[in-house]
Each structure stands twice: as C-alpha cells, then as structure tokens.
Design a protein around this ligand. Sequence first.
Ligand SMILES: [Ca+2]
Ligand SMILES: [Ca+2]
Length: 201
Amino acid sequence: MKTRIPLKKLVFTLIGCGIFLIPTTSMATSVLGGSLVVQNNGNVTATFQGSNAGYISSLYLGTTKIFQSNQKSGTTFNLGNFKAGKELNFRLEVHNTKQTFYSGDASRNVDGVAHAIVDDSFGNGETLVSFEDLLGGGDKDYNDLLFSFSNTNTEIDITDGGPSGDGLVQSPEPSTVILFGSGIMGLAAWRWKKKPTHDEK
Ligand SMILES: [Ca+2]
Ligand SMILES: [Ca+2]
C-alpha cells in the first residue's frame, strides 16, 4: 500500500530544510585570523584595494614588497606560480611606528591579536585581506590596508594551536552542504513512509 505525503506537510518540511541550508551555504567566509591558501596550482595575482589609515604601511610576502598604502587603488602585482594548498603568510610593516604584523593566527603577532581578516566571498573568485595597523588591534576597523588575490581561499585554524598550521580545516563547500541537506530530506521522507499519515482511511 502506498503512503501519501500530504502536500502541506511536504511544503513545510522543504521550507524547513531551506532555512537550514541558507545560513550554512552563506556561512561567514570572512574570517579574522584566517589563513590565505592557494586554491589551484598556478598563478596568483594581487590587487591593491585601498587604505583608510593615518599611517603609511607596506605589505610583504617574504622579502618581496607587494604594495605601499599610499599608492593607487587597483594596482596589480603578479606573485608568480604556487602549488595548491600553499599558505601565503603576509607581513605588514607600519612605517610610522616600526611595528610588524602578520596575517593568519593571532599567536604570530607580538600583541597576540589577529591583524588580518580574510574574506573569500569578495567576488570575482578573489579573496580580500583587510589589515589592522595598530598594536593591540587599536580601533579594530580592519581597513588600514586592503588587498585581494586571485586563485585563493580561506582556511580556519579551529585548533587555535598557533602558526604550525596543524588542524587546518577548509570552510565547507556548498556541494557538501547540499548533500547534507539532501540526507536530512531523505531521512524525513523515510520517517513519513514508516508512519502512515492521519488522513488515510
Ligand atoms: Ca582605518
Ligand atoms: Ca585601524
């Protein structure tokens, strides 16, 4: 005998699953102290996105100077080729105070504060990095030096275990979330099938 699922119940449950899915797929990809990681083997290009700061600062990757905060927005810098999964650890040197801050985990900085927000939902497949240039986080506006990168995404260190990079987990991919959502919908359907509805005679 076939069990009929009342349309009203089905609609409400689908809406319920939708509520579950929406906040998960749009889950914050803007991460304070997150790491910037190369997505695919190949080229990474940086774009200077501006500065809103009283101080002048410069951005480095290793010994390579990429940007200075008083230059023109929209300027690009070709960082070269990288392997997928490589973390790009940036250094901000503040000219006025002679202080140095790093992207990634808070423990990398002398003040124990995370100095960069990474956001891989910036658009055009780019990840935006926003630096705070004051010791201890200062005004915490995180807009003192802004730049973006092609071919990168964000990783979060959930272990908070420092700069070792151990325990890094990637933000959930939408496909995983959809699969998880489908599983819940399947489970709901199975429960209905098991439990005949009241409107059946
Ligand atoms: Ca600022
Ligand atoms: Ca600031």
